[in-house]
Design a protein around this ligand. Structure first.
Ligand code: FNR
Length: 216
Protein backbone atom coordinates (compact mmCIF):
# COMPACT_ATOMS: atom_id res chain seq x y z
CA UNK A 1 0.00 0.00 0.00
CA UNK A 2 1.34 3.39 -0.99
CA UNK A 3 2.26 5.28 2.23
CA UNK A 4 0.47 8.56 1.33
CA UNK A 5 -2.77 6.91 0.26
CA UNK A 6 -4.87 7.94 3.24
CA UNK A 7 -3.80 11.46 3.93
CA UNK A 8 -5.48 14.55 2.48
CA UNK A 9 -3.97 16.35 -0.51
CA UNK A 10 -1.76 19.19 0.77
CA UNK A 11 -2.43 22.36 -1.18
CA UNK A 12 -0.73 25.74 -1.18
CA UNK A 13 -3.08 28.51 -2.34
CA UNK A 14 -1.13 31.54 -3.48
CA UNK A 15 -2.31 35.05 -4.31
CA UNK A 16 0.06 36.38 -6.96
CA UNK A 17 -0.41 40.12 -6.35
CA UNK A 18 1.41 42.32 -3.84
CA UNK A 19 -1.62 44.61 -3.48
CA UNK A 20 -3.61 44.53 -0.21
CA UNK A 21 -6.98 44.91 -1.95
CA UNK A 22 -6.01 42.50 -4.70
CA UNK A 23 -8.78 40.79 -6.66
CA UNK A 24 -6.49 37.80 -7.06
CA UNK A 25 -5.98 37.65 -3.32
CA UNK A 26 -9.79 37.47 -3.01
CA UNK A 27 -9.95 34.69 -5.62
CA UNK A 28 -7.12 32.75 -3.94
CA UNK A 29 -8.90 33.10 -0.59
CA UNK A 30 -12.08 31.72 -2.12
CA UNK A 31 -10.10 28.83 -3.65
CA UNK A 32 -8.55 28.11 -0.23
CA UNK A 33 -11.99 27.96 1.41
CA UNK A 34 -13.39 25.75 -1.33
CA UNK A 35 -10.38 23.40 -1.37
CA UNK A 36 -10.66 22.98 2.42
CA UNK A 37 -14.38 22.26 2.04
CA UNK A 38 -13.48 19.60 -0.55
CA UNK A 39 -11.19 17.90 1.97
CA UNK A 40 -7.74 19.29 1.12
CA UNK A 41 -5.24 20.36 3.76
CA UNK A 42 -4.74 23.99 2.80
CA UNK A 43 -1.97 26.47 3.43
CA UNK A 44 -2.90 29.95 2.22
CA UNK A 45 -0.29 32.58 1.33
CA UNK A 46 0.49 35.65 -0.74
CA UNK A 47 3.49 36.20 -2.96
CA UNK A 48 4.52 39.08 -0.67
CA UNK A 49 4.92 36.68 2.26
CA UNK A 50 8.37 35.91 0.80
CA UNK A 51 9.95 39.32 0.07
CA UNK A 52 12.99 38.98 -2.18
CA UNK A 53 15.45 41.16 -4.08
CA UNK A 54 15.19 41.00 -7.86
CA UNK A 55 16.99 37.86 -8.99
CA UNK A 56 20.66 38.70 -9.43
CA UNK A 57 23.28 36.07 -10.19
CA UNK A 58 25.85 38.07 -8.21
CA UNK A 59 23.70 37.82 -5.06
CA UNK A 60 23.36 34.09 -5.63
CA UNK A 61 27.11 33.68 -6.15
CA UNK A 62 28.15 35.73 -3.15
CA UNK A 63 25.37 35.03 -0.63
CA UNK A 64 23.52 32.02 -2.05
CA UNK A 65 19.77 31.71 -2.51
CA UNK A 66 18.14 34.05 0.06
CA UNK A 67 16.55 32.46 3.15
CA UNK A 68 13.07 33.68 2.12
CA UNK A 69 13.33 31.80 -1.18
CA UNK A 70 14.51 28.73 0.74
CA UNK A 71 11.53 29.10 3.07
CA UNK A 72 9.17 29.24 0.08
CA UNK A 73 10.89 26.16 -1.37
CA UNK A 74 10.31 24.29 1.88
CA UNK A 75 6.62 25.18 1.82
CA UNK A 76 6.40 23.92 -1.78
CA UNK A 77 8.22 20.73 -0.93
CA UNK A 78 5.67 20.09 1.81
CA UNK A 79 2.73 20.35 -0.58
CA UNK A 80 1.36 18.10 -3.27
CA UNK A 81 -0.36 20.84 -5.21
CA UNK A 82 -0.51 24.57 -5.65
CA UNK A 83 -3.35 26.84 -6.71
CA UNK A 84 -2.13 30.22 -7.96
CA UNK A 85 -4.42 33.20 -8.55
CA UNK A 86 -2.32 35.63 -10.58
CA UNK A 87 -2.93 39.03 -12.10
CA UNK A 88 -2.15 39.62 -15.77
CA UNK A 89 0.33 42.43 -16.32
CA UNK A 90 0.66 43.47 -19.96
CA UNK A 91 -0.56 40.05 -21.10
CA UNK A 92 2.06 38.29 -19.01
CA UNK A 93 3.24 37.27 -15.52
CA UNK A 94 3.60 39.95 -12.79
CA UNK A 95 7.22 40.54 -11.84
CA UNK A 96 6.82 39.69 -8.15
CA UNK A 97 5.48 36.22 -8.89
CA UNK A 98 8.04 35.54 -11.64
CA UNK A 99 10.83 36.66 -9.33
CA UNK A 100 9.68 34.23 -6.63
CA UNK A 101 9.58 31.43 -9.22
CA UNK A 102 13.04 32.34 -10.53
CA UNK A 103 14.65 32.38 -7.08
CA UNK A 104 12.98 29.13 -6.00
CA UNK A 105 14.02 27.46 -9.28
CA UNK A 106 17.65 27.78 -8.14
CA UNK A 107 17.07 25.41 -5.21
CA UNK A 108 18.02 21.75 -5.36
CA UNK A 109 15.99 19.61 -5.23
CA UNK A 110 14.09 21.93 -7.56
CA UNK A 111 10.77 22.34 -5.71
CA UNK A 112 8.35 22.84 -8.62
CA UNK A 113 9.16 19.45 -10.14
CA UNK A 114 6.17 17.11 -9.86
CA UNK A 115 3.88 19.65 -8.17
CA UNK A 116 0.35 19.80 -9.52
CA UNK A 117 -0.65 23.39 -10.27
CA UNK A 118 -4.01 24.98 -11.00
CA UNK A 119 -3.98 28.49 -12.47
CA UNK A 120 -6.61 31.12 -11.68
CA UNK A 121 -6.76 34.79 -12.56
CA UNK A 122 -8.96 37.79 -11.85
CA UNK A 123 -9.07 41.06 -13.71
CA UNK A 124 -11.50 43.94 -14.23
CA UNK A 125 -11.14 43.26 -17.98
CA UNK A 126 -13.49 41.14 -20.05
CA UNK A 127 -11.00 38.24 -20.45
CA UNK A 128 -10.20 38.02 -16.76
CA UNK A 129 -6.41 37.97 -17.12
CA UNK A 130 -6.40 34.67 -19.00
CA UNK A 131 -3.50 35.60 -21.32
CA UNK A 132 -1.27 36.03 -18.29
CA UNK A 133 -1.99 32.44 -17.29
CA UNK A 134 -0.76 31.12 -20.64
CA UNK A 135 2.47 33.00 -19.97
CA UNK A 136 2.63 31.64 -16.41
CA UNK A 137 2.31 28.05 -17.70
CA UNK A 138 5.63 28.35 -19.53
CA UNK A 139 8.08 28.68 -16.59
CA UNK A 140 6.03 26.28 -14.46
CA UNK A 141 5.92 23.56 -17.10
CA UNK A 142 9.59 24.19 -17.86
CA UNK A 143 10.26 23.43 -14.18
CA UNK A 144 8.38 20.15 -14.33
CA UNK A 145 5.18 21.26 -12.62
CA UNK A 146 2.08 19.47 -13.84
CA UNK A 147 -0.09 22.40 -14.81
CA UNK A 148 -3.76 21.43 -14.97
CA UNK A 149 -5.17 21.86 -18.49
CA UNK A 150 -8.27 23.73 -17.37
CA UNK A 151 -7.90 27.24 -15.94
CA UNK A 152 -10.35 29.68 -14.39
CA UNK A 153 -10.30 33.38 -15.23
CA UNK A 154 -12.69 35.77 -13.53
CA UNK A 155 -13.69 38.60 -15.88
CA UNK A 156 -14.96 41.93 -14.52
CA UNK A 157 -13.68 40.73 -11.18
CA UNK A 158 -14.22 44.10 -9.50
CA UNK A 159 -17.98 43.45 -9.84
CA UNK A 160 -18.03 39.67 -9.45
CA UNK A 161 -17.66 39.02 -5.72
CA UNK A 162 -20.59 39.12 -3.30
CA UNK A 163 -20.41 40.64 0.19
CA UNK A 164 -19.18 37.38 1.76
CA UNK A 165 -16.31 36.94 -0.72
CA UNK A 166 -18.07 34.33 -2.87
CA UNK A 167 -18.85 34.69 -6.56
CA UNK A 168 -22.13 36.48 -7.13
CA UNK A 169 -23.01 34.52 -10.27
CA UNK A 170 -24.43 31.04 -9.70
CA UNK A 171 -23.20 29.52 -12.97
CA UNK A 172 -19.68 30.89 -12.44
CA UNK A 173 -19.69 29.46 -8.92
CA UNK A 174 -20.64 26.06 -10.32
CA UNK A 175 -17.82 26.24 -12.86
CA UNK A 176 -15.30 27.40 -10.24
CA UNK A 177 -16.17 24.51 -7.90
CA UNK A 178 -16.13 22.00 -10.78
CA UNK A 179 -12.64 23.18 -11.82
CA UNK A 180 -11.30 22.91 -8.28
CA UNK A 181 -12.92 19.52 -7.77
CA UNK A 182 -11.41 18.07 -10.94
CA UNK A 183 -7.99 19.43 -10.06
CA UNK A 184 -8.02 18.08 -6.51
CA UNK A 185 -9.23 14.70 -7.72
CA UNK A 186 -6.27 14.52 -10.10
CA UNK A 187 -3.81 15.58 -7.38
CA UNK A 188 -5.27 12.97 -5.05
CA UNK A 189 -5.10 10.27 -7.74
CA UNK A 190 -1.39 11.09 -8.22
CA UNK A 191 -0.81 10.35 -4.53
CA UNK A 192 -2.06 6.83 -5.18
CA UNK A 193 -0.08 6.34 -8.40
CA UNK A 194 3.41 7.70 -7.77
CA UNK A 195 4.75 5.60 -10.65
CA UNK A 196 3.45 8.32 -12.95
CA UNK A 197 6.34 10.54 -11.82
CA UNK A 198 8.97 11.42 -14.40
CA UNK A 199 12.49 12.75 -14.20
CA UNK A 200 12.98 16.49 -14.57
CA UNK A 201 15.54 17.57 -17.17
CA UNK A 202 16.19 21.29 -17.38
CA UNK A 203 17.42 21.51 -20.99
CA UNK A 204 15.55 18.71 -22.72
CA UNK A 205 16.88 19.26 -26.26
CA UNK A 206 20.51 19.47 -25.29
CA UNK A 207 23.07 16.77 -26.07
CA UNK A 208 23.63 14.82 -22.80
CA UNK A 209 26.73 16.22 -21.11
CA UNK A 210 27.59 15.84 -17.42
CA UNK A 211 28.93 19.43 -17.40
CA UNK A 212 25.52 20.98 -18.16
CA UNK A 213 23.07 18.22 -17.21
CA UNK A 214 20.60 19.15 -14.53
CA UNK A 215 18.45 16.08 -14.12
CA UNK A 216 16.37 15.01 -11.18
C1 FNR B 1 -2.66 45.75 -15.48
N1 FNR B 1 -3.94 45.24 -15.68
C2 FNR B 1 -4.18 44.39 -16.72
N2 FNR B 1 -5.38 43.72 -16.82
C3 FNR B 1 -5.60 42.85 -17.83
O1 FNR B 1 -6.66 42.25 -17.88
N3 FNR B 1 -4.66 42.64 -18.78
C4 FNR B 1 -3.45 43.26 -18.76
O2 FNR B 1 -2.62 43.02 -19.62
C5 FNR B 1 -3.18 44.17 -17.70
N4 FNR B 1 -1.97 44.80 -17.60
C6 FNR B 1 -1.67 45.52 -16.47
C7 FNR B 1 -0.37 46.00 -16.29
C8 FNR B 1 -0.04 46.66 -15.13
C9 FNR B 1 1.36 47.14 -14.92
C10 FNR B 1 -1.03 46.89 -14.14
C11 FNR B 1 -0.67 47.61 -12.85
C12 FNR B 1 -2.30 46.44 -14.32
C13 FNR B 1 -5.00 45.54 -14.74
C14 FNR B 1 -5.05 44.48 -13.65
O3 FNR B 1 -5.78 43.38 -14.13
C15 FNR B 1 -5.75 45.04 -12.41
O4 FNR B 1 -5.00 46.12 -11.90
C16 FNR B 1 -5.94 43.96 -11.37
O5 FNR B 1 -6.77 44.46 -10.36
C17 FNR B 1 -4.59 43.53 -10.80
O6 FNR B 1 -4.74 42.41 -9.99
P1 FNR B 1 -4.91 42.49 -8.40
O7 FNR B 1 -3.77 43.31 -7.87
O8 FNR B 1 -6.24 43.18 -8.16
O9 FNR B 1 -4.92 41.09 -7.96
Amino acid sequence: MEPHAHRPVRVLTLGGSLRTDSLNRALATLAAQEAARLGAQVRHAQVGDWPLPLYDGDIETTAGVPPTARAFGEVLTDTDAMIIASPEYNASVPAGLKNLIDWASRLRPQPFSGRHVLLLSASPSMVGGNRGLWALRVPLEHLGARVYPEMFSLAQAHQSFDASGGLADEELTRRFVATLTGFLELAEAALHYPCAKQVWIEFLGERPDPVVDRIE
